[in-house]
Ligand binder design. Structure first.
Ligand SMILES: [Zn+2]
Length: 448
């Protein structure tokens, strides 16, 4: 979850395309105002991109050719031969946001254009394994409702899987992922996004494992009693003693340690402590887009020894320098507005207005592949993967608009000269290898 409010997390994401829809509050997608706003946005965006292009030419930078990626038969064949695994998808939270926990309103076996995700598009995108995020906002930690809400989100994922038995099956191990994929279904895995979900209790952590949770992001947007977040004040210089015990207990259980959202000090310490490879379930490279949510080069260089994988986040705010600046600005603008405006709806409107006035460059499939290449350059081909963050982000790159678009990444990797074997590692092979290593290093009998 990394929409503007996901990162800030004072309240959950409700970017414009994900607004809660209630009776008498129809989306009015076809209305004149709606189209006018879309056109205005496009105009502003085009103007901005034009200005950016002009300034980069003036600065003497060579303009890189960024043609649209067209998927060839060859790329499609390679894509279909791979086990494509995405590290982070926030669809479960969309059901919570829309107050549709019983899936009465949104049947994802049919196209659901309001989401980035539905089954037809997952199929089109050739997705073989998906980590579904059992995200609840960090504020639930403060209100002491995190455990209940996290359990409810795990329940949403498990019921979603049960509801579509021909398309999904819960995967608890790497072998499960392979078996389910071979049976023509999408292996569904559960990840928890933020240590606030365990309410300072290793017992709760262990019970999550038993319910099928296979990774936990150590923090979300707020610093916890035991770990610093990248987007909050550091209070502990990384992990406290309890924080270190959380990492050790996760190793013991065979749960992957996810370092997206945490401060660089936590990243470094967790990598040092962890006996098993770590993951970044949805993070991009800081060197290409300087945002604290991204992974710095010195951390990337630690991955070969640790064995871990950075799964690249597609959010526009994390993939270009301008996007990173825009999302940083949005962060502080939001904090200021939040102090002044107490009414939620009014705050929503103010943020929308702000976003309209500060459009964010989207980036493209090329930009995302640049991040993949950067990780390869610093850490190697075995340490990168995909963690789109679909349905948790408010802006997607061009040509990567939803879960149907993954084959374009395969095509672009092919265009850049990667071999079939290398492409299959990036698409999912690497994270599957990490899962196996984490399982091999666990020191308790499997609980199923
Ligand atoms: Zn997130």
């Amino acid at each position: 979850m990394d929409g503007p409010f996901g990162v800030l997390d004072e309240k959950p994401a409700f970017p414009e395309r994900f607004k809660i829809i209630r009776h008498g509050d129809s989306p009015s997608a076809g209305s004149a105002t709606y189209w006018w706003r879309i056109m205005m946005k496009r105009f502003v965006l085009a103007f901005m991109l034009g200005t950016m292009l002009a300034s980069s030419l003036l600065a003497g930078e060579p303009e890189r050719r960024r043609e649209r990626v067209e998927v060839s038969e060859e790329a499609l064949r390679i894509h279909r031969s791979a086990l494509v695994i995405d590290g982070h998808n926030d669809l479960p939270y969309q059901f919570r946001e829309r107050e549709d926990l019983s899936f009465a309103q949104f049947d994802i076996s049919r196209p659901q254009p309001r989401f980035h995700t539905d089954i037809p598009r997952l199929r089109q995108g050739g997705v073989g394994g998906q980590f579904w995020s059992a995200f609840v906002p960090a504020s639930t930690g403060r209100s002491k409702t995190a455990v209940t809400q996290t359990l409810e989100q795990i329940d949403v994922i498990r019921r979603l899987v049960q509801r579509y038995p021909n398309d999904f099956e819960l995967a608890l191990t790497a072998d499960d992922v392979v078996r389910i994929h071979q049976a023509g279904k999408i292996a569904s895995l559960i990840g928890i996004e933020g240590g606030h979900s365990i309410d300072n209790s290793l017992g709760v952590l262990r019970m999550y494992y038993d319910l099928g949770v296979r990774y936990m992001t150590l923090t979300h947007s707020e610093t916890l009693d035991w770990a610093d977040s990248a987007t909050d004040e550091p209070r502990h210089h990384g992990l406290t003693e309890f924080g270190r015990n959380v990492v050790k207990e996760m190793n013991r259980l065979g749960m992957m340690v996810d370092l997206s959202h945490v401060s660089p000090e936590v990243m470094r310490q967790a990598i040092e402590i962890s006996k098993a490879p770590v993951i970044f379930s949805h993070s991009s490279a800081y060197a290409l887009a300087p945002h604290v949510r991204n992974v710095p080069d010195d951390i990337l260089r630690l991955l070969p020894k640790n064995g871990g994988v950075v799964m690249i986040n597609f959010y526009s705010g994390f993939i270009t320098p301008e996007g990173a600046r825009a999302s940083r600005d949005m962060f502080s603008a939001y904090r200021q507005m939040q102090e002044k405006i107490k009414d939620r709806r009014e705050l929503e409107r103010a943020i929308e207005q702000w976003k309209l006035e500060h459009p964010m460059p989207r980036g493209s499939v090329h930009t995302v592949v640049d991040h993949i290449e950067h990780v390869i350059k610093l850490a190697g081909i075995d340490h990168v993967g995909l963690g789109s963050d679909y349905d948790g982000i408010s802006s997607t790159p061009e040509q990567l608009e939803d879960v149907s678009t993954y084959p374009r990444i395969t095509q672009e990797l092919l265009n850049r000269g990667y071999t079939e074997e290398q492409i299959r590692k990036i698409l999912g092979g690497n994270v599957l290898r990490v899962m196996r290593e984490v399982e091999a290093k666990r020191s308790v009998a499997p609980v199923r």
